[in-house]
Design a binder for this molecule. Sequence first.
Ligand SMILES: *Cc1c(COP(=O)(O)O)cnc(C)c1O
Length: 430
Amino acid sequence: MNRKESDQLYKKATQLFPGGVNSPVRAFLSVSDRPFFVKKGKGAYLFDVDGNQYLDYVASWGAIILGHAYEGLINEISIAIENGTSYGTCHPYEIELAGLIIEAFPPVQMLRFTSSGTEATMSAIRVARGFSKKKGIIKFRGCYHGHVDSLLVKAGSGMATYGIPDSGGIVEELARYTFIADFNDIDSVYRVVRNNKDIACMIIEPVMGNMGVILPEKDFLQGLYEICKKEEILLICDEVITGFRVTYGGAYAFYGIEPDIICLGKIIGGGFPIGVFGGKREIMEQIAPLGTVYQAGTLSGNPVAVRAGIYVLKYLRENSPYALFDKRAEILKKHILSLAEKYSIPYTINSITGMFTGFFSKKEIRNYLSASEIDRAMYQRFFKYMLEEGIFFAPSPFEASFFTISHGEKEITRTIEAYEKVFAKLNRDS
Ligand SMILES: *Cc1c(COP(=O)(O)O)cnc(C)c1O
């Protein structure tokens, strides 16, 4: 595979950006490779500057559920742009998108748009603290909620990949208010709340997507919900990945819980920068200008991003892709697992509608610890071989792979064929 142009650009980029990238997971360092530079995307495919084509399972980290450059969405955005790209004041579309979100997320009575998922979780924590007048946060080992200071403690993929437990530059005194519990381990949560009465909120990805896909076990989320109610801890569900991906709404609804605050991002902007947090009215009314909790943004509720979001949500409401996602995942899983058997590759697949992760492990992956025991060296080789086959999986073993509506039968077949070749090579290597 010729990557001459990409390599030249990478060389320039490394002079300009730390690691040559504008987000660390893009650097390919954890798979000892270097990034390709994208010229364009179309449907399920990316095309790089050297003319290589990749079937894209990263899908902008789950943000582009309609695939790249979806025609209807392009038309909508073009119309939106003709009317201006940012107003810095109110417009009707923010009300329309809010309406769609509230309809799909009944616990949300009031919300506020931001420009990223990070801003949504950061603001959610602030309002939870402002409302409860308490300080502590419970978060789960391996869950990622954006690069918020208080939340960069045991935060999954990016950091698990680089073996940095926490981030530099974070005030220790602040991190001390973040209490870590283990996913799928309700006792670890009891241990935290038994010793600390000053807990404002608990933040969780109801289905983990940032340590690879990890599903909550039976009654785990229900158990959390009950602890939160009893201890008066606000429950924040971070659905930045799962919102409108696992269903038309949120993953929380599968598990019979009702979060106090929900955070969304990624899909709801149709590939534009966006985030939103929302919840019960009495909580959200603490936010300025009504309350004392300050939160703001020059580009929040950006008209182009919001209209893109409206288009995507309406599309998903009217042309539900979720049953098809399940069918495609079923076929993929069945074939891949039988290929793993055939070539003696230790492989486990976790999936939920619209997203999956293949782990190089024979063991069940149910929390941070089991995920961090996978065979990273084998993933490195897998990643490179797949790239040579023209298939782009995330450059880290701790990420989810995403379907878009453009991942059709042809793409599934192509993926299975590539798996056969790659597993055969991995078998030969070992
Ligand atoms: C991506 C992500 C975020 C952060 O969103 P950004 O738009 O990257 O700031 C927060 N929470 C979860 C679960 C995410 O996957």
